[in-house]
Design a protein. Structure first.
Length: 232
């Protein structure tokens, strides 16, 4: 067994010492810099409360000024043509025009919900880094392949309402890679993270499909021009 001997030298010049300097009001433990962050409450919470109150006021004013678009008593012998769902489901009903019910009603909505559930756990959403602020060539290649595959599959079903928003968002995404684009526009679009581009594409698809179902579908789910045939 190895023995240990206490230090007998009490000379302050030869005895090693360690000095810790701690600033008042701070911890001795090293805390990593989290960047420009602020507490959720009250910074975000107050903004959310204001927006919720503004939406409630807007809905109340609209309810006072406009009547609900109610129709007559339902008659099972005379169904309306077209039989449109509620406006917030018209996007799915528009997809049913192009895809089988299992694809439009189960597979595509299920993939959308699964994607939204997975986003918080994927590294793409951990850091708000612009798409072109890091190694962007490889990522742009993968995004281009995904867009080409998506548009190719949609073209087989003639689902142009899905192709158009996809190409529009993709066109905005690739603008910073084009030298002829003005520098200010390139810098602004280049700071947008990939997660924001994906969310923009999702919202654009939803809005585009919903507007088509509301404005441009008539009897038999045929294409109409609302300024000629009116709204159904």
């Amino acid at each position: 067994m190895k023995g240990y001997e206490l230090q007998k030298d009490n000379n302050p010049k030869t005895t090693p010492k360690r000095v810790a300097l701690i600033v008042r009001g701070q911890s001795a433990r090293r805390v990593e810099d989290r960047g420009e962050t602020v507490p959720t409450a009250p910074n975000l919470l107050l903004r959310e409360i204001v927006i919720i109150q503004a939406c409630i006021i807007l809905l109340a004013v609209m309810a006072l000024l406009f009547d609900a678009p109610l129709e007559g008593i339902a008659d099972p012998r005379h169904t309306p043509n077209p039989a449109k769902a509620a406006w917030y489901f018209l996007g799915l009903q528009e997809l049913l025009h192009y895809f089988p019910p299992v694809v439009a009603g189960v597979l595509l909505p299920g993939l959308a919900v699964l994607g939204l559930a997975v986003v918080p756990f994927v590294r793409v959403n951990w850091e708000t880094v612009g798409f072109y602020e890091q190694r962007w060539r490889g990522r742009l290649l993968w995004v281009s392949l995904a867009v080409a595959l998506t548009c190719g599959v949609m073209a087989l079903y003639l689902a142009w309402p899905v192709i158009v928003p996809t190409l529009v968002v993709y066109g905005l995404l690739v603008l910073p890679a084009i030298p002829a684009v003005p520098e200010r526009l390139r810098a602004r679009l280049g700071r947008v993270p990939l997660a924001d581009w994906i969310m923009t594409w999702f919202v654009a698809e939803t809005v585009f499909l919903t507007l088509i179902g509301i404005l441009f579908r008539g009897p038999g789910w045929s294409w109409i021009w609302p300024w000629r045939a009116g709204l159904y």
